[in-house]
Design a protein around this ligand. Structure first.
Ligand code: NAP
Ligand code: ZN
Ligand code: ZN
Length: 351
């Protein structure tokens, strides 16, 4: 069956409507009518081939909320009518140490990404959520709490879990002092989730005008990162920092704000590397730099349940699919409050 989707045909052409064929429904599969799909900065990196791994045609979108409309005959966890989510992964080897221990995002074979991966049934590309439907194995589908506005849930499937996973893995608890760098899609979810876990959050931003929003979202203090005085005032004050910036930058000013034993977690994946950090402060204050990749299916469900209990969703701007390029441009300029979400039903699929 063919459906409409927003397709990138080359790294330089704008996304346009085209038709794609989904794989035939397998026994373990769920067909999902996409309602909303968040616009992650990774979608922009991929559409423009900034990581040099894109294969075209490419349909981005890995923050999917939708309604189940069909299930394979071995599906036990979902039924037509259920509201569900799909994030960045749609499969993994299921046998390696990490898959066996519910950490599929670190699958030794590499997980199958929701788009630009290889579909094991067809040998062709996987297609993302900038589309009317997706077909996904039930093990990679999560349940959406029924008390949350659905458009605001979509960004939780990538932005939310990508910051939730390191907060949990590194044991952030009430009273910890947590820094967040960059108030974009990931960063604003980090502010919300860390403060809901009881941490005292400091937001570092290049955009002073975002300060009021940051405090509304839960930050205790806001530091403008190019203001040397403000940076000096928070030296050696933080336990853990989550760096959500989508561009290469100097890490040293942030390392200086960590306490001894502090940790800087990098989740942003810029097109070009950060400059190397200065070694001496890392050695003499036993600092760590970590990366972190999205989150497992288990963590995604935990995060959604936590958001349901605490009434947390993403702050979004809803758009119709025809306006995706405007959204990309504004995202490049750091002008997003704080996640664009495509309303798939409102999209006019003109070719
Ligand atoms: P986003 O919404 O565009 O937010 C990025 C924020 O970084 C901006 O709002 C801005 O905040 C700050 N920034 C400062 N200088 C910048 C610059 N020169 N260019 C761009 N941003 C700059 O992006 P996102 O969707 O949150 O994604 C952030 C990064 O995480 C991307 O690289 C994305 O690919 C990556 N990512 C990683 C994972 C993972 O598994 N690790 C998952 C999803 C996304 P201020 O205005 O406050 O300074
Ligand atoms: Zn993403
Ligand atoms: Zn595996």
């Amino acid at each position: 069956m063919k459906i409409n989707a927003l397709v990138a045909h080359t790294a330089t052409s704008p996304l346009s409507t085209d038709q794609i064929a989904l794989r035939p429904l397998q026994q373990q599969d769920v067909t999902i009518e996409v309602l909303y799909c968040g616009v992650c900065h990774s979608d922009l990196h991929m559409a423009r081939n900034e990581w040099a791994v894109s294969r075209y045609p490419l349909v981005p979108g890995h923050e999917i909320v939708g309604r189940v409309i069909d299930v394979g005959n071995q599906v036990s966890r979902f039924a037509p009518g259920d509201i569900v989510g799909v994030g960045v992964m749609v499969d993994a080897c299921r046998e390696c140490h990490f898959c066996q221990n519910q950490a599929e995002q670190y699958c030794e074979e590499g997980f199958t990404p929701t788009y630009n991966g290889i579909d094991k049934y067809t040998g062709e590309s996987t297609w993302g959520g900038y589309a009317q439907q997706v077909i996904v194995d039930q093990d990679f589908v999560v349940s959406v709490p029924d008390n949350l506005p659905l458009a605001g849930v979509a960004p939780l499937l990538c932005a939310g879990v990508t910051v939730w996973s390191p907060l949990r893995h590194f044991g952030v608890k009430a009273g910890d002092k947590v820094g967040v760098v960059g108030l974009g899609g990931l960063g604003h979810m980090a502010v919300k989730l860390a403060s809901a876990l009881g941490a005292e959050v400091t937001l570092f931003t290049t955009s002073p005008q975002k300060g009021v929003d940051a405090k509304r979202l839960g930050a205790k203090q806001v530091v403008v990162s190019h203001d040397a005085e403000q940076m000096a005032a928070c030296q050696t004050s933080l336990d853990l920092i989550i760096d959500c910036v989508a561009a290469s930058h100097d890490l040293d000013p942030y390392l200086a704000t960590l306490k001894t034993n502090g940790r800087l977690v990098l989740v942003g994946i810029p097109e070009s590397p950060h400059t190397s950090p200065a070694i001496t402060p890392m050695v003499f204050r036993r600092l760590s730099i970590s990366g972190s990749s999205i989150g497992s299916i288990k963590e995604t469900q935990e995060m959604l349940d936590f958001c349901g209990q605490h009434g947390i969703t993403s702050d979004i701007e809803l758009l119709s699919g025809e306006n995706i390029e405007t959204a990309f441009t504004r995202m490049l300029n750091g002008d997003v409050k704080y996640r664009f979400v495509i309303d798939i039903h409102a999209t006019r699929w003109s070719r």
